[in-house]
Design a protein. Structure first.
Length: 505
């Protein structure tokens, strides 16, 4: 077993080698940072819809309707796991770094599989739409399930060119299409939900219109890349062997993230689901950061991992990313109560019925910080093509989360659901670490990570131990980043790296 120690304690014997290694690492980190920042912006634009719609939904929808809408989107998330078959990750795995003809073959095979699968699954959902509406949404509106079937089909297909933009390192079209999604979804929600008062159905129709439009816009790019003569059954088998384990893993992930909505509905009521979902969406700011980072991280580690000296780079990326996530958590947690009460003309960002939801936000953000750790641990799994382990990782978190929800929701309600999710993600990251260190050992910078963890724990003590006030919030906002600097989590010799990154971003 390889011992994991801080890379700062390992010095090359040749000073020239040390300088060359540091320069190479800085170039890697700068490149990853710029690419990830672009994808964070694009992913933030896509997911920003959830945040931008919160003032609309929390002021236009009663908590019960918000609960139904949350359950509808949860059903869509579960469904998309089956629509995608894990082939989005398989596409990147067998596309990045390959020859053009090979890339065309992989893309065409993936796309055709997803079209056929999507048509079959959407047909099944339409056939069973009435019982699904009653059992999953608690409503007598089967037409809403039909709308969701169409959304899932279009979302699956227009996401494929977005993955190719990542693989080809073309963030501009990725960001552009993400913004188109935002404008259409926002505009139609304002029209249908706020103006015409169509409630849940208006929100679903707005999402359907956005998904269908993006599918049509990306169709040109898709047709240019398709080559039916390159379709290969052997390639299909290879892709499915890689992707299908990720289907079950994806199902576990969605269970980990969204099962609490259904458990809250069954163990409490739709009003609790609606209030909880509003607070949870704010906590997903951390998920947006993690997933935006992952958009650049996955193509980066698939390329860099095939070269020598990748492990120290991965260790340094982990340190920086954990520091960023911890800072975001503490600052957001400090100001969230004030944020939801900010006026927007005659309304506030959250309607008053939803103000109580902010208590779960730091817990949800901590859960997604643990998810970020899990993402940082994945290079070894993908580089070794041992995706079957992902089932164990995510299954551990999902099963623990469901079990804890059954125990904690009756006792603590929404806070119990948030704590269950947090513990589930933490367990997933822990199991992943202990398995991956034998497959692909990385010498993490443990002394730096320990300092970040101590500062984060102190931040939580202040956050939940002191009553909310401007002084407390301002102190956390200033002192946490300062603490990272004072404790040398960010060392003095890294100033130039950050200046270079900011200058080129």
């Amino acid at each position: 077993m390889t011992e994991n120690i801080d890379t700062q304690d390992i010095a090359p014997t040749d000073p020239t080698d040390k300088a060359d290694n540091q320069l190479a690492m800085n170039q890697d980190l700068s490149r990853l940072g710029r690419k990830s920042l672009a994808y964070v912006i694009g992913y933030l634009a896509t997911r920003a819809v959830s945040f931008l719609l919160l003032p609309l939904y929390t002021n236009a929808l009663v908590p019960e309707d918000m609960g139904i809408l949350s359950l509808a989107f949860a059903f869509s998330a579960f469904g998309l796991v089956f629509y995608r078959l894990g082939l989005d990750s398989a596409l990147l795995r067998y596309y990045v770094g390959e020859a053009k003809e090979r890339q065309r073959e992989v893309f065409t095979t993936v796309y055709l599989i997803l079209v056929v699968t999507g048509l079959v699954l959407s047909g099944l959902v339409l056939i069973f739409r009435s019982p699904l509406a009653t059992s999953l949404l608690g409503t007598n509106h089967p037409e809403w399930i039909a709308i969701l079937a169409a959304i899932m089909f279009f979302d699956t297909l227009w996401a494929i060119p977005m993955h190719l933009f990542r693989a080809d390192e073309r963030p501009l079209p990725y960001i552009t299409l993400s913004l188109v999604n935002v404008f259409i979804t926002m505009g139609l929600n304002i029209l249908l939900v706020a103006h015409y008062r169509m409630g849940v159905e208006g929100a679903l129709l707005a999402n359907l219109a956005a998904s269908a439009t993006l599918f049509l816009v990306t169709l040109i790019s898709i047709v240019r890349r398709l080559s039916l003569t390159t379709v290969s059954t052997e390639t299909a088998r290879r892709l499915l062997r890689f992707g299908l384990p990720l289907l079950l893993a994806g199902l576990f992930t969605v269970t980990l993230e969204l099962a609490d909505r259904y458990l809250l509905r069954w163990l409490s009521d739709l009003e609790t689901v609606g209030i909880y979902s509003a607070g949870y969406k704010l906590g997903m700011l951390m998920l947006i950061t993690v997933m935006g980072f992952n958009m650049g991280w996955q193509p980066f580690f698939l390329r860099r991992g095939k070269q020598e000296g990748a492990q120290p780079v991965f260790a340094r990326v982990t340190t920086y990313m954990v520091a960023i996530m911890a800072t975001l958590l503490i600052i957001t947690g400090a100001w969230v109560d004030d944020l939801v009460r900010l006026p927007l003309g005659p309304i506030t960002i959250f309607g008053p019925d939803y103000w109580s939801s902010t208590g779960i936000v730091p817990i949800v953000m901590l859960a997604y910080l643990f998810f970020g750790l899990y993402v940082l641990l994945l290079p070894g799994i993908h580089l070794s093509a041992r995706t079957h382990w992902v089932i164990l990782f995510r299954g551990t978190g999902a099963i623990l989360n469901v079990g804890l929800n059954l125990f904690l929701i009756p006792a603590w309600g929404a806070m119990g659901a948030a704590l269950s999710t947090c513990i589930g993600f933490g367990a997933m990251a822990l199991v992943t670490f202990f398995i991956v260190k034998h497959i692909y050992p990385v010498r993490y910078e443990w002394s730096r990570l320990a300092r970040i963890a101590l500062l984060l724990a102190l931040g939580f003590v202040i956050l939940y131990g002191l009553p909310p006030s401007w002084w407390r919030n301002l102190a956390l906002t200033i002192l946490f980043p300062a603490g990272l600097w004072i404790t040398r989590v960010v060392s003095l010799d890294e100033r130039d790296l950050f200046r270079q990154f900011l200058g080129r971003a």
